[in-house]
Design a protein around this ligand. Sequence first.
Ligand SMILES: NC(=O)c1ccc[n+]([C@@H]2O[C@H](COP(=O)([O-])OP(=O)(O)OC[C@H]3O[C@@H](n4cnc5c(N)ncnc54)[C@H](OP(=O)(O)O)[C@@H]3O)[C@@H](O)[C@H]2O)c1
Length: 183
Amino acid sequence: TVNLPSIRGAVRAVGSYLQDQGLNLLINNAGISSHATLHSLDSQEMLSVFATNVVGPLQVVKEFLPLLEKAVKGTGKKGLSCSRAAIINVSTKLGSIGLCLGVSEAPTYPYRASKAAQNMVTRCMAAELQDKGILCMAIHPGWVKTDMGTEKAPLSVEQSVRGILTVLASLSQDNSGAFLDWE
Ligand SMILES: NC(=O)c1ccc[n+]([C@@H]2O[C@H](COP(=O)([O-])OP(=O)(O)OC[C@H]3O[C@@H](n4cnc5c(N)ncnc54)[C@H](OP(=O)(O)O)[C@@H]3O)[C@@H](O)[C@H]2O)c1
């Protein structure tokens, strides 16, 4: 399940830090992995990965929306950009139905299915929020040396984050609903 009081606590903390200003940029980064195969998976694992990777970020957006809307009005900017108001969902190419990278070697049902669902959530939000001045897109961070990515990953956190920040700074109207990578 999703911990709504915890999300609302975060909104209050951010709101009091910002005082009268809005929030320009919301990055949904938290996520969990699961290596379950068709043979090993059970419904509880499937549902708990969906709760964290899909429902959680959606509730976070819902609760932070008033602060993002405040930023749209406050910046005096037009169009869509991360310096006006944006929601960035950290996704993965493993959740792309179009690419289906290595799906036969690593089916990992809960992780890949939840990220595919998160990608659709990004598309739906982009369509709904673009007229309100809020940019929504998904980004693949690369394969990164974190607890999830492990030491075998080729990219350091610094390289991935530097790439992501460069991409975010370049985003415009044209990228509403897009799925880009760290490069
Ligand atoms: N690493 C990669 O190669 C790679 C590749 C593609 C995409 N991604 C995506 O990048 C994002 C970050 O992954 P990572 O590699 O940094 O993974 P990680 O090393 O496992 O870290 C995950 C982070 O998410 C937080 N988190 C997990 N469940 C949460 C929950 N229910 N509520 C709040 N926070 C929660 C964790 O907090 P705690 O430490 O407090 O548990 C931790 O800080 C994920 O969305 C992942 O799918 C990573």
